[in-house]
Design a protein around this ligand. Structure first.
Ligand code: ADP
Ligand code: MG
Length: 474
């Protein structure tokens, strides 16, 4: 038998530092739940911003009319138009366009970014056909704006940007009202639309999920970034000063990407990734979980091993290049069923220019991918358990809220559905299954009342639904 290679030992070290035993995950769930409480007490009470979304009413299926949605927040930017036709017919018609955001627009000025967006909306609006019907006199089309960055909302249709995340760094936007910026850009481009709702993509996902299923209580994003929101009892939000709310509920955008706990399994490689990122020190939870980072973490560990002369006969130029390895690459390689791991070999060649690799090296790459992705998925699972604990759904506490509606749900034993959107969850079966399995391990018997459901395109349809819910012309 061959002695274990030095590289394998090094990988073992990384694996230890990145490990997520159940005891650790329990501590993380508890810490998240504690931070949720703290963030609800006062602004700045926790790293978890627990932002008030001003969504106190979710779609119920009766929505009618033509609405636009605009989704900005990740790799692509989308504009959508839907015709909602009430309870029976639901979404009668929908069309959308998708445009990739040029890197310059992600790192330029506010005006450049919003003009780029408004221009796409202008082009798309011109394609609206007669089947959408004409506007009643004096009315404008209304739009739901999904803007997936932390915003301090001041109303359902207004909010200032707290900071950029996920590789965006646009000057002149932080502290500004993004609805105002969008409206001004739309006006410059000759688009006469009213921005009726500013929503985070998590909130859009929750709304889109709720439209089809009354048991959806949590919205989760696992795509380029990661974030969650949930339905909270208004009386459990001490920092709410807005007076009585008819529904008794409020959707809270957790901004869980910025969650931090000393229990998080952060390794040296993660620290290095963070230091050179556009947002050092920020979004530590997101940097362990989301699609933007998983491939990059794998690349960084491989680079270390190659630099130390353990694998690949040294380093290639490409192996040093940040973000050349994408999460879809590792998910494809991970699914390699061939005996010789030819897909892994192809990934090494195509992404890093590594022409030759041994089978052992390729096996090591798969091990590494599994370690990194498993950690992310298990942390996401622990996060969800923390949220369930907060709303009395993890079975450990008999927390009853002052909201009769939420209590009635609990006592009736209604299931709790987490609506999930994002390419990572949708396309990476290993991630999805590992996350689901972890929730099962953490909740035991209580897991049977909880389910994760893919809620595709919540950030589009969900935003349009919220524009309908908060329409000025209702
Ligand atoms: P966004 O989060 O940018 O709004 P998506 O929800 O479509 O957009 O998610 C895109 C992200 O999902 C990509 O950045 C990538 O990290 C991840 N992703 C896409 N396809 C796959 C895949 N096949 N396997 C794993 N991750 C994927
Ligand atoms: Mg998205």
């Amino acid at each position: 038998v061959k002695a274990k290679s030095t590289a394998a030992y090094k990988l073992e070290e990384f694996r230890k530092a990145a490990s997520t035993p159940l005891s650790k995950l329990r501590s993380i769930s508890n810490a998240l739940c504690t931070e949720m409480h703290a963030g609800l007490i006062k602004d700045g009470g926790s790293r978890l911003k627990m932002l008030i979304s001003y969504v106190d009413e979710l779609p119920n299926g009766h929505e009618r009319g033509v609405f636009y949605a605009l989704d900005l927040g990740g790799t692509n930017f989308r504009v959508m138009r839907v015709k909602l036709a009430g309870k029976a017919k639901r979404v009668d018609k929908s069309e959308s366009i998708e445009v990739s955001i040029p890197p310059e627009a992600m790192l330029g000025t506010s005006e450049e970014l919003f003009d780029f967006i408004a221009n796409e909306v202008a082009k798309f609006q011109k394609t609206e056909g007669p089947e959408y019907g004409s506007l009643p006199p004096g009315q404008k089309r209304e739009l739901g704006f999904t803007f997936s960055f932390p915003c301090n909302q001041t109303a359902i249709d207004g909010g200032t940007l707290v900071r950029w995340t996920k590789g965006f760094k646009v000057s002149g936007t932080v502290g500004k009202d993004v609805v105002k910026l969008l409206t001004e850009a739309l006006t410059r481009k000759g688009v006469d639309m009213r921005v009726a709702a500013l929503v985070n993509d998590t909130v859009g996902t929750l709304a889109g999920g709720r439209y089809n299923n009354n048991d959806v209580m949590v919205g989760l994003i696992l795509g380029t970034g990661s974030n969650a929101c949930y339905v909270e009892d208004i009386h459990d939000i001490p920092k709410w000063t807005g007076g009585p709310v008819e529904s008794g509920e409020m959707v809270i955008n957790m901004e869980w990407g910025d969650f931090y706990s000393a229990h998080l399994p952060i390794t040296d490689v993660d620290r290095e990734l963070d230091e050179v990122s556009v947002n050092p020190g920020e979004q530590p939870f997101e940097k362990l979980i989301s699609g933007m980072y998983l491939g990059e973490i794998v690349r960084r560990v491989l680079l270390k091993l190659a630099e130390e002369g353990e694998i690949f006969d040294g380093v290639t130029e490409k192996l040093r290049e940040r973000f050349v390895l994408k999460t879809p690459d590792i998910s494809q390689a991970h699914g390699d069923q061939t005996v010789d791991l030819t897909a892994v070999g192809r990934m090494l060649k195509n992404r890093f220019g590594i022409e030759k690799s041994t089978k052992e090296e390729r096996e090591l790459v798969v091990d590494l991918i599994e370690t990194v992705v498993e950690r992310g998925a298990r942390l996401a699972g622990a996060g969800i358990v923390g949220v369930l604990k907060k709303i009395g759904r993890d079975g450990s506490s008999k927390r009853f809220s002052s909201s009769q509606k939420l209590n009635a749900r609990l006592t009736a034993g209604a299931p709790t559905v987490v609506g999930v959107d994002g390419g990572l969850f949708e396309h990476y079966a290993f991630f999805r299954n590992t996350m689901q399995g972890t929730i099962g391990q953490l909740l035991g018997d209580n897991a049977k009342l909880v389910s994760l459901e893919l809620t595709k395109d919540g950030s589009g349809i969900g935003a349009a639904l919220l524009a309908a819910t908060y329409s000025k012309y209702k």
